[in-house]
Design a protein around this ligand. Structure first.
Ligand SMILES: O=C(O)CC[C@@H](O)C(=O)O
Ligand SMILES: [Zn+2]
Length: 529
């Protein structure tokens, strides 16, 4: 069977892709964006004069809400409370004011770096009394403009809250501060024979608090489920500074409402997550990655069906990318396609406890899909460097896209059999208006990443994409945000995925927990709330 698959000889190991901000910012200068001008109370688009600008992402103007502005007295308070960690240097602030995609830019003049929960509590108590708006910020790797200020909100960075508080070797329950970088946590638990239950392309920069606040999905969700299941406890500071200590480490706790769920996926609008307790699976003893080619999406779906049946409990990921993604990887990142050119590619990962058992299962599966002609070509890796190289072909697509021009991003949940139909319909709908329309994502979770590029920001193209994409999604009862959240960019489209009663209830919850609306304003909730 192994003969059916190319070896990996011609395929050099690539460095794993990480969303390291310093690298990415310099390479993204071609992207236009949304800029904020607090003195005009308007969101402004790049290239236009300050004071006359509109939100180019959502095509609507956003007015600065009547929050207080940071005064000298406020600064004196923060400098006393956080000596050396109250930052006003514009050069340092610059990177915290812009998102990873460089598509949203705020103009905050104050960055606070708390180290403890008590620091966060003191900051929020003060800001709440003074009606100062606050933008909680983790690794700032979000893709919907949720992690940067829109106007002059104070940036509350969790980066110095980076201590592991406890790890239970028997249960695998990790308790840590919110600012721990995901990759550091992965290394920490791997040294103890466990893994983190989530894995993202942004792991080198993103922080666990931000992951939880956005309910990040990623590459292992198929196997380990969402953070709504693996997060066991949270410590959260509420808008008035009160500390909500729900940092329990229990698998089972049915004592009434599961309050932590309110904060998971709330994008910092209901409270600031300061610590997380999370259940880590055991580190698998054997990992295999197969990279396969398919001639149609129908064949890919059949391969998925067969894969679930034949790999069962050892299947840990089933991801896909289309031929257009591969061309971008080759062109912009010089990555090599390890197999014959195909319309679709699949990345399958197995993770188990017995190498020979897993390999046998994988080989039977591969034999089956080749015999049935569901898969036309493929390669398998068992060594770490080669596994990373194959994963790079999936994980680095986001990076590749940033080199292709301005990118319109859609993160859609659909019944799995529909996910590629949207890409095809969008291609037909846009004709030659777009530079590239690509589809990739998490087949196992029914999550499509539809990305559309153009040479530069193009309002006509945007008008052709939206609301078409949202209507199409709503027509299938899908979600307009599967895993990236709503942030600033998608919040006003929430109605395509949630009934009005649910949206209104979200507004009520927000007002109850944050009556002055100081926490991450302009995010998640639509204008109508
Ligand atoms: O860039 C995107 O649209 C998707 C990013 C991320 O969620 C992924 O799965 O690679
Ligand atoms: Zn994704």
């Amino acid at each position: 069977m192994a003969n059916c698959f190319h070896g990996l000889k011609s395929f050099g190991a690539q460095a794993p892709y990480r969303w390291i901000r310093s690298q990415c910012l310099s390479s993204l200068s071609i992207l236009g964006g949304v800029y904020a001008a607090p003195e005009t109370n308007r969101l402004v688009a790049s290239g236009q004069t300050r004071g006359m600008r509109t939100n180019s992402t959502a095509g609507v103007e956003i007015k600065r809400l009547p929050f207080s502005r940071v005064s000298q007295r406020d600064l004196a308070f923060f400098e006393k409370a956080l000596p050396g960690r109250t930052i006003t240097d514009p050069d340092v602030l610059a990177s915290s004011n812009v998102d990873w995609l460089k598509s949203v830019r705020g103009s905050s003049e104050l960055l606070l770096r708390p180290q403890t929960t008590e620091d966060v509590s003191q900051i929020l108590r003060y800001c709440n009394e003074r009606r100062l708006a606050v933008n909680p910020q983790g690794g700032n790797t979000g893709l919907v403009g949720g992690s940067v200020p829109v106007f002059d909100e104070i940036i509350l960075s969790t980066s110095l809250m980076n201590r592991v508080l406890h790890f239970d070797q028997v249960s695998g329950i990790l308790t840590c501060q919110a600012g721990c970088v995901l990759e550091n946590l992965s290394s920490y638990v791997e040294e103890r024979d466990f893994i983190m239950p989530l894995d993202l392309g942004a792991k080198g920069s993103c922080q666990i608090g931000g992951n939880v606040a956005t309910n990040a999905g990623g590459l292992r969700l198929l196997r380990h489920g969402s953070l709504r299941g693996t997060v066991l406890g949270l410590e959260v500071v509420l808008a008035d500074g009160k500390v909500l200590n729900c940092l329990t480490s229990l698998r089972k706790d049915n004592t009434g409402y599961d309050l932590k769920q309110l904060f998971i996926g709330s994008e910092g609008t209901l409270g600031v997550i300061t610590a997380v307790s999370i259940l880590c699976p055991r580190k698998p003893k054997a990992v295999n990655v197969a990279f396969l080619g398919c001639s149609s999406f129908q064949q890919l779906l059949k391969t998925f069906h067969c894969c679930r049946g034949m790999l069962g409990e050892i299947l840990s990921a089933f991801e896909f990318l289309d031929g257009a993604c591969m061309r971008l990887l080759e062109k912009h990142l010089k990555l090599n396609n390890p197999i014959r050119e195909s319309p679709f590619y699949i990345v399958i990962e197995t993770a188990g406890s017995n190498a020979s058992h897993d390999e046998e299962k994988l080989h039977h599966f591969l034999q089956e899909v080749m015999t049935l002609s569901l898969v036309t070509d493929g390669t398998v890796a068992t060594e770490d460097a080669k596994i990373k190289a194959l994963w790079a072909l999936r994980e680095r697509i986001t990076e590749g896209l940033t080199h292709d021009g301005y990118t319109y991003k859609y993160d859609i949940s659909l019944p799995v059999e529909k996910i590629y139909q949207l890409v095809e319909d969008m291609r037909e709908h846009l004709g030659d208006k777009a530079k590239n329309v690509v589809g990739y994502g998490h087949v196992g979770d029914g999550n499509l990443h539809l990305n559309i590029t153009s040479h530069s920001r193009d309002p006509d193209l945007l008008a052709a994409i939206e609301p078409y994409v949202y209507k199409w999604t709503a027509g299938c009862r899908g979600s307009i945000s599967a895993e990236h959240g709503l942030g600033l960019k998608k919040r006003n489209y929430i109605h395509y995925s949630k009934p009005p009663e649910a949206v209104a209830l979200m507004g009520d919850i927000k007002r109850m927990l944050d009556p002055h609306g100081i926490l991450n304003p302009y995010k998640t909730l639509p204008d109508s709330c």
